[in-house]
Structures are given as C-alpha cells and as structure tokens.
Design a protein around this ligand. Structure first.
Ligand code: WTA
Length: 630
C-alpha cells in the first residue's frame, strides 16, 4: 500500500477506510507475505465481541519483519544498540544478522520444549537479546509476555501466573545509570510463587548471578551453539502474538491479547504514515520493550518497514542530561520518539546539554504516552527540532495496538498539544455520560471508537467477560478508551486525560486500586484513597489519603513505610509523591469515597469542589484543605 504523502491522500485514504473498509484493509494486507491468503477481511464486531481480521489467512509476522527484507536489504542495518555505558562499544545488526540471531534464539526455545501457543515471559533490560527473544517467540508461534524490568517480584509473579508461563527469560542484572537492577535475584524471588515455571534462561550481562541447578541455563552459551536457521511456524491470522499487562481500575492487571495479522498491518501502516521515515533514515523510539510503545514502534513497526533503528539500554540522565542528545548526534538519528515526561525532565536541565550536541540530523519528533503540555511542546519544537521538525503527537493505548489519532509528519498539520486527526480505519466519537454522540464539531466528552480496527486487542487473557465489562459496557456499542477529549473547530482532537481511576505517572499507567491494594498490606492503615494530581515533570503524581491507627507516626514516616511496601508489591514506579494522614475520608451517605473531591483537593482546586453538603462527613473536607495548605 502506498504511503500517505499529501493532505488529499489523507482524505482519500481515510474516506476509503470508512466507506470501503474491507477493500482498504485488503490492499494494506496484500503488501505483506502470507502463507495463505485470508477468506474474509473483517468478520464479527462489537455486538458479540468476536472481531476477526483476515480470518483464514496464514502467516508468520517474523517473515514479514525479517525474511522479506533479505532479498534486497540483507546488509542494511536493522538495529544499532547503545549500551547504558557510553564507553562500551555499540553493536549493530544487519537484517541478515537479525535473522541469524532470531533463528538461534528460536532454536533455543524449541530445545527447551517451547511449543506453539505456549507463553514465554521476558523480564529483561533493553539488550538486543530481548528483541531477538520476542521475535524468536513469534517465529515458533509462542506467545510473548514482556514484563517491564522495573516491576517488583510480586508484580512479576502475578503476571507469570496469570498467563501460566512455564519459561522465564531474564538477565543477571540490568545496568541502569550508575546502578544495576538485580533482575535475576528479583526473578528468583518471584519464582518462589510460580511453581509451574520449570525453565529459566539467563543472559549474562554483568556476570553477577546465581543459577538454580536443573532449572536455570545460561542463555549466552545456548545461543552461541544454536543453529542459525529456523523455519517460521505457520500461524493463523487470529493466533495470539503477545500478551501485555496493563493496569486497570481493579487491583489485578489485565493481560491484553494482541493477535497476528491485524496487529501486523496496524503496527506497520501507522509507523509508515505517521513517521514518514525514508530509506536512509535512523529511527529511535526511546520506550522500553516492556511497554506497548516498545512493542509496536521498536519490535514490530520499524522492522516491518525495513527501517534502521536505535535501541538504547540506559536512561536519559546518565552519565549526564545530554545522553539522549549525544546519541542522536552519534548515530545521526532522524526520527526521535519519546514521552512528554522525558521532554519535561530534560527541559529542566542545563541548556548546554542540548547545545553541545549536533542535532541537525533530526527531521521528525514524536510524543507519546500522555498529554504534552504547551511549554514542553514549544521547547521540544524550538530547542530540539530547531523549528524545522514536525512533531507528531500520537494518541493511542496498550489496547489499541498502535497509533490511533495523530498528525502525519510533514503531511497533515501539527497543532500544538493536539493529537489532531484519526488515522485511516479509526472512527473516534465523543459521547456524553448517556452515550449520546456529540455531533457539534466543537465539543468535549468521553472518547470512544465506533468500529473495530485491525490492531485492537481481542480480549483480556483468560477473562473475556472483563474485556466486555471494561471496554464495551460503559457506552453500549462502542469501545470506551477511558480518556476524555476535546474537538476544536477544525476537527482536531485534544486528549485531556483519563476520566477513570487510572493515573498516568511519567507516561506509565497505574490503577489507583492497585496502589490502594498495596497500601492495605500495612497493618496500621485501615483505609486509603489514592488519586493523581498535576505534577510538573511526571505529568501526574500519586497522592494518598490514609487513615492510620498509629497517631504517633508522622506523615513522612507513614509515607516512607508505604513506599517500601509499594515498591515491593508493584515496583518503584508506583511510589507515592505525597501523602496525608486523616482521621476520615469524605464519603457519600451510601459509604462511597468521594474521589472527585479528593482529586480536587490534591490539585489545589479548592474553589471548585462543588456541593459537599450531601456528604456523610462534610467537615473532613475543610480539615483536608487545611492540611494540604500547610
Ligand atoms: C495516554 C501508551 C494524550 C492516554 C501508548 C491513554 C496520551 C494512555 C497520548 C495509554 C497522547 C497516550 N496524548 N494522552 N499523545 N498517548 N496517552 O496504555 O491517557 O501505556 O489512555 O499506552 O496514555 O497508555 P498506555
């Protein structure tokens, strides 16, 4: 399928995708390698939640990511890997070498008795082997489930057990800045409560680790001995490709299931149209593979398009705040895709870090994960893009598989802080609380998607009913995103943020219930309510209101103890930024915590609290306001 190159292309493609959906997606799918062509393009729908794309089709996504490029581009660089340590040599892999490495890994998995449909859990840092492993798993038809290396043993165990994985792949330690995260030790702790896991493959990265006899194997040794060819398994278009866990409004994370054919088309098309990368460009998505952004715009989208990309193991601020910019300079990165939280953090650093690097290779900048504020947008545009690089503000979710609403770099208009227009195939609507479509162009409401698209998650692993409940029950007949949005006179969407109990901390989704569940583990806390509030760098910070049975403990002491528990249960990303100990929480007469009021107080919006007289205990509101002011 041709790339969208102009505004009129965009209109034409978009209209075709809405009016002749099957014909449009058939044309997209035809540009890939299929072992057998599909019988129908889209079947099923929101009614019965049985959407199928390209049903009857057979393929392997890795043949499309790798083998397809070998004929003409075997020696083109696929991956440039940059270590956490700026003095460690970088590694590059051509498409041919990527093929060899993925095949080696696939053969190791086969030797370990991993079969089609088995779940393979990865708990690794950003090493090339993580990418090889994910693709290897897809190559043999296993389902990968990557758990971000910042999650705790408890969180890891929950995810392993939910998908009943029998194999875990990790590294000894993950170098991050001047620290090393002991991934293997954390994994060992997790595995104490995962009795079904019988195999652990451990990559030696730093050399500090212990092996459990009979269960653990050194991955490096196995890879070096493995054969460099491995035939790709024939998969159904609707075979699950991966599970990725994300927070929901209850304590238990949801394992979103993405399938093969539709996801492939979505990841590939959105990458191509949004970023507009050309043959000699160098793409860099800074996300970890543990998040959906790292799946769709590092593991799959760029490779499906035969692009050259950077993979970075470290963090933006080590050894100093110039690290991102030095990497852009070093590899002549042309397309740079990151999160607003990173932009804001780097904006707050000495400008010399930016000025010392040559950023002239940059052509396109991208933003993802949370609303980008005006100040950060301007700085990104001026200081990083030197006012010559379009910024694509890409709105999407773990559930959507790929970008849904975004401008197309240099093709459609960028509007600061607006994700702008839907991509072909996406029909966004704004609805009010009663599910009425807001037909006026200028409106504000709940953002829903009105029809299936190829990249959408098909279910929640092992819990289709929760899938229905979470996404399709609030507004009947539509997929509810959980986000609020505004539409301006030009039809451009601006995402305003979550309207449910999910908070977005540094671009990472956390359920307030998840944090509350962790807090409940403290024996002196009888009740807790967690809310998000505006935070200069993180976008949202986490604040807890807690009722404690120990009047002698200061708020600081309580917060310290709770953060230790939260770190253990979820991981350091969920730590509280603020805490107030209170004798009571504001409640309705039916006993429900009034979170709306708690959110307002946390945001210092004392004048817009609304009517508090219907509360069971209105006096507590004054008390909380006083406490927060002091
Ligand atoms: C938010 C990340 C505003 C939104 C790809 C969404 C955004 C949640 C944007 C999904 C954006 C993502 N502008 N908000 N450009 N991109 N979000 O699942 O609230 O980690 O629902 O997927 O991030 O987060 P997730």
């Amino acid at each position: 399928m041709k790339r969208i190159e102009s505004k009129s292309d965009y209109n034409e493609f978009y209209n075709k995708s809405m009016e002749q959906t099957d014909a449009y997606w058939a044309e997209v799918a035809e540009s890939f390698t299929w072992i057998k062509k599909w019988d129908s393009v889209l079947s099923g729908g929101f009614e019965n939640l049985d959407m199928k794309w390209f049903d009857g089709g057979k393929l392997n996504i890795t043949e499309n990511c790798i083998d397809r490029h070998l004929k003409d581009n075997a020696d083109k660089v696929a991956i440039i890997w940059e270590s956490n340590d700026p003095f460690e040599a970088s590694k590059t892999y051509t498409y041919k070498e990527l093929h060899e490495n993925v095949c080696r890994f696939a053969n190791v998995l086969k030797d370990m008795n991993v079969k089609k449909g088995d779940r393979v859990c990865f708990y690794m840092s950003m090493v090339p082997e993580l990418l090889f492993g994910v693709l290897a798993s897809a190559r043999i038809g296993a389902i990968h489930s990557v758990v971000f290396g910042g999650f705790s043993a408890n969180a890891l165990a929950g995810r392993i057990n939910d998908c009943k994985a029998q194999i875990l792949i990790t590294n000894d330690e993950a170098p991050r800045g001047n620290k090393s995260i002991p991934l293997k030790a954390i994994a060992d702790e997790a595995l104490e409560s995962c009795s079904q896991v019988n195999t652990v493959l451990m990559l030696e990265r730093t050399g500090n680790s212990n092996l459990v006899e009979g269960r653990d194997h050194v991955l490096n040794d196995l890879l070096s001995k493995a054969d460099i060819n491995c035939e790709a398994e024939e998969m159904d278009s609707e075979s699950p490709l991966f599970i990725l866990y994300t927070s929901g409004s209850t304590g238990q994370p949801k394992g979103l299931v993405h399938t093969t054919g539709g996801y492939m088309c979505w990841a590939s098309e959105t990458f191509k149209n949004v970023f507009q990368a050309n043959d000699n460009d160098v793409f860099w998505c800074t996300a970890d593979i543990g998040w959906i952004t790292g799946h769709s715009y590092l593991s799959y989208g760029p490779l499906l398009n035969g692009a050259t990309q950077v993979m970075f193991e470290g963090i933006p601020t080590w050894p100093d705040a110039g690290r991102f910019w030095n990497i852009v300079d070093k590899y002549k990165v042309s397309h740079f895709y990151t999160a607003p939280t990173a932009i804001r953090a780097l904006q707050a650093c000495d400008p010399k870090f930016v000025h010392d690097a040559d950023l002239s290779s940059l052509k396109v900048l991208g933003s993802v994960g949370e609303p980008i504020n005006e100040e950060a947008w301007e700085w990104y545009h001026k200081e990083i893009g030197k006012e010559k690089c379009p910024i694509v503000d890409t709105w999407w979710q773990t559930e959507t598989g790929g970008i849904m609403i975004s401008n197309l770099a240099g093709v459609t208009d960028a509007v600061p802080c607006h994700a702008t227009k839907p991509l072909p195939g996406v029909e966004p609507v704004l609805v009010d609380g009663d599910n009425n479509i807001l037909a006026e162009t200028v409106s504000e409401g709940n953002l829903c998607i009105n029809r299936p698209w190829p990249g959408m998650a098909r279910t929640i692993y092992g819990d289709h009913d929760r899938y229905r409940q979470t996404y399709f029950s609030t507004f009947k007949g539509r997929y509810f995103t959980g986000d609020g949005a505004k539409r301006n006179a030009d039809g451009n969407f601006r995402i305003t943020g979550r309207v449910d109990d999910i908070i977005n901390v540094s671009g990472h989704r956390l359920g307030t219930a998840e944090v509350e569940d962790a807090i409940d583990e403290h024996d002196k806390i009888v009740e807790a309510a967690v809310v998000g509030y505006p935070h200069d760098i993180k976008g949202q910070g986490i604040m807890a209101y807690v009722i404690s049975t120990d009047p002698k403990m200061s708020d600081e002491e309580v917060m310290k103890e709770l953060n230790a528990i939260i770190t253990k249960h979820i991981g350091p990303i969920a730590k509280l930024d603020r805490l107030i100990v209170t004798p009571e929480l504001p409640k309705t007469r039916s006993g429900k915590i009034m979170r709306r009021i708690l959110r307002k107080i946390a945001a210092n919006e004392f004048d817009t609290l609304g009517d508090t007289s219907t509360l069971l205990n209105p006096e507590v509101v004054e008390l909380l306001i006083e406490k927060i002011k002091s």
